[in-house]
Design a protein around this ligand. Sequence first.
Ligand SMILES: [Zn+2]
Length: 273
Amino acid sequence: MSEWLFIGGALALVLWFSQRYGWWRKTVPWERPRVLMYHLITPPVPGGSYRGMRVAPAAFERQLQWLARRGFHFATVSELLESRPPPRTVVLTFDDGYADNFTHALPLLQKYRAKATLYLVADREEGSDWSAKKKAHHSTGELAREPKLSDAQVQEMLASGVFELGAHTLTHANLARLDAAAKQHEIAGSKQWLETRFGVPVRSFAYPFGIWDETDRDIVRATGFSTAVTTDAGIDALPLADPLALRRIKVSGKETLLAFRLRLRTGRRGLWK
Ligand SMILES: [Zn+2]
């Protein structure tokens, strides 16, 4: 009886591990650049509901250290189009514009000589709750209380040479809820606003919530963006088939370094994701 319990338990463990880490999947060729998606670089909040979005600074450093030791090449999103990136290229992206990207991420990126792309929401008034525009019940106020990047901090991040600046609409709009004129305002308006405010070219765009359709992509193209990132999980081949709908690998604060490494191999996790 106890043997069967043991075998059953071992089998359950193997299945759980396989589901969670997807170790059996084939490695996507390392010639394809990995585009990683981050939001907050902060320790978890006790009882908080955004554990996945918060990557602790220590965990982020372990990831950078591992990438650097393995000889990964760091690029910005726009650099993917400039020349063919070398094998083992990794593109770090930060969405929204939380202040910890300056206080926690920037020093670590500098320490490991890494680069990144910041998709900044233009409207960063204190109390902005970007998560609420998808589903009202997401609005717990937790993210609204997170400090946002100031213009001065963004300027320093750009002056450091570490960050490329990308757009993420004016207000973190849910594009699916807008008519064509409002979409145009949010997409084209954000490029113009950021370029005027920070005096740098803004060539890349991130669809808020990863929600987009053909109309949105047409506006993104007509606005003059050369690349755009989604939240679809995966690793795109070179040359990029659709630079205006790039897939990314979401880095979750709930995962270990082992999970990070496995996810980098395949772009996906587990059986279904
Ligand atoms: Zn966002």
